[in-house]
Design a protein around this ligand. Structure first.
Ligand code: SF4
Length: 303
């Protein structure tokens, strides 16, 4: 039983040591079509429960070997916020972590619960998934446990955001012909403008999914990113199936493109040919554009 895994190097979060709160089996209140774990019946609570002391002792041992960790990440084979002693565990991690940051990767389903919010306030970063803005999508794509509604998730996120001042990151995973439709994106956009997360990572299926569903290409994700308001800090986290060659952009086209959507250096490499990239550097030197860091990711933006 491996409670601790990694370290894993992540560009977005640094060198991360993971804690798996459900190492023996999948325990989740979602059964997402794209899950990389095998399909399983949803649960409202954990049946296999580790003790806090077991987890802390495994973490202490791992920290002896790995002294250069940037972040301790709470995760699970399933949903980590279903772990019943979450706040106590976070309190104890905070006592031993020194300068190391803490992060949780949650599906967002429990964020309307006061006790979950109270526990998550004690973390340095929170990353919540939000694939859908409608109940029909939530049932179809995330196959949420019967008592979970999109309204409770969204209201929970908004009330959490009001008090949580550390980085809040939203992750949306797009699946072909499911949540990539315009109506769904319009509603997601409206909600995200209200929520104002510090970053929004959009991606697609990168590993074999539990069910027979399709992924999108980088180009599809780029088109989707343009359907969101340009004020939203959207980062395309998946580079799947890049088919198009970098293209030539004039000065005006560069400025126009950046006015619609801030671009990361990775986006620039995919979209802009060498001459356009030089032009971008010139525009930066002239003070027309700048680079802004948004939670470990740089974005080129217009001044
Ligand atoms: S929330 Fe995560 S663990 Fe649960 S079913 Fe979805 S992808 Fe799998």
């Amino acid at each position: 039983m491996d409670i601790i895994f990694g370290p894993v190097n992540s560009r977005r979060f640094g060198k991360s040591l993971g804690i798996d709160l459900s190492p023996t089996k999948k325990q989740c209140n979602f059964d997402c079509l794209y899950c990389e774990l095998a399909p399983a019946q949803t649960v409202a609570s954990y049946q296999d429960i580790l003790s806090v002391s077991e987890i802390i002792s495994a973490l202490k041992k791992a920290l002896i070997h790995h002294k250069d960790i940037d972040v301790i990440t709470l995760t699970a084979n399933g949903e980590p916020t279903l772990y019943p002693y979450l706040e106590e565990l976070i309190d104890q991690i905070n006592c031993i972590k020194n300068d190391t940051k803490t992060l949780i990767l949650s599906n967002g389903s429990t964020i309307n619960q006061a006790k979950i919010q109270k526990a998550l306030y004690k973390l340095d970063s929170v990353k919540l998934s939000l694939d859908c803005a409608t109940n029909s999508c939530l049932k179809k794509l995330d196959r949420a446990h019967h008592d979970i509604t999109i309204e409770s998730i969204m209201e929970g996120m908004l009330s959490f955001r009001k008090k949580y001042t550390n980085p809040l990151i939203i992750e949306t995973l797009f699946v072909k012909n499911l949540n990539d439709k315009e109506e769904e994106i319009i509603q997601l956009n409206q909600f995200l403008l209200q929520l104002k997360p510090d970053r929004i990572d959009i991606g697609t299926i990168d590993r074999p999914p539990a069910y027979d569903v399709g992924s999108l290409s980088y180009e599809d994700l780029y088109t989707i990113s343009q359907q969101f308001d340009h004020k939203l800090p959207i980062y395309i986290s998946s580079r799947k199936k890049i088919e198009s060659k970098p293209a030539r952009y004039s000065r005006n086209e560069i400025l126009q493109t950046l006015s619609k959507r801030p671009l990361s250096p990775e986006d620039i490499e995919i979209l802009f040919d060498a001459t356009s990239q030089e032009e971008l550097q010139k525009l930066q030197k002239e003070g027309k554009i700048t680079v802004k860091e948004q939670n470990n990711i740089n974005f080129y933006i217009i001044l």
